[in-house]
Structures are given as structure tokens and as C-alpha cells.
Design a protein around this ligand. Structure first.
Ligand SMILES: [Zn+2]
Length: 124
């Protein structure tokens, strides 16, 4: 932005230069009754463009970033049995497989080690 100010006398000219310098302007040149004073201005559009770049960058980062996901499952080392016929998960008290109907013959329902060796169920 450039404005032109006209004054009528040398005193007004000197006073005006002094006022502009006091309000932050720097005297670039002063020759033949023409003074050029400059003050750094704030250009809003540059700020907006930079802000847009930051926002777009954040959005791109959000949508282009690739998450690494690990799903870790602990399989219980007791009370988890599967049907020998079809592999479906069995409950401790199952007498028959809920899916294929195969009979589950626990040797001893209260003895975990006995269940492991059972013919119709196996443990993992
Ligand atoms: Zn089954």
C-alpha cells in the first residue's frame, strides 16, 4: 500500500517525517523535497494462506497416516476345549457338541488333566 502526502512548507515536511518515524516508519530516502518512508505491514492473505497449508497438512496427515494395529489375544490355558469332530468351542459342562451333536465324554469333569486326555475333546 502506497499513499502520497503533500505538505506546503519545509516545516510541515520535517514535522511529517518526524511523526511518521515516531509511529514506526523508516526513512528510506529524502531528496529534492520528496521523502520516502516505509513501515512493514501485515499482509493478512499471507497469514491465511499459511494457515490453510497447516490445516490441509493436518488433514492429509490424518487421512494418509497408516496405523499399525496389533490384536493380541490370550487363550485361556484352562477351561477351553474344542469338539474333536467339528472344532467348535465347548463349555465345561457340555455333554454333547452344540454344533454337530457329538457326545463329549469327560473322564472327570473336575479334573483338568483328565479332560486333556479325553477322546472326544482336546485342549489347546
Ligand atoms: Zn462338534
Amino acid at each position: 500500500m502506497e499513499i502520497e502526502v503533500t505538505v506546503q512548507s519545509q516545516k510541515e515536511f520535517d514535522d511529517a517525517i518526524q511523526r511518521y518515524i515516531e509511529s514506526g516508519y523508516e526513512l528510506e530516502s529524502n531528496t529534492d523535497g520528496t521523502a520516502v518512508l516505509r513501515k512493514k505491514g501485515f499482509k493478512l492473505w499471507i497469514f491465511i494462506v499459511l494457515l490453510l497449508f497447516v490445516i490441509i497438512g493436518a488433514i492429509l496427515y490424518y487421512f494418509l497416516s497408516d496405523d499399525n494395529v496389533v490384536v493380541l489375544k490370550r487363550v485361556s490355558n484352562s477351561n477351553h476345549y474344542y469338539c474333536r469332530e467339528c472344532g467348535v468351542s465347548l463349555t465345561d459342562d457340555a455333554k454333547f457338541c452344540p454344533k454337530c451333536g457329538a457326545p463329549i465324554n469327560w473322564e472327570d469333569e473336575n479334573d483338568v488333566s483328565a479332560q486333556v486326555t479325553d477322546d472326544n475333546a482336546f485342549k489347546i
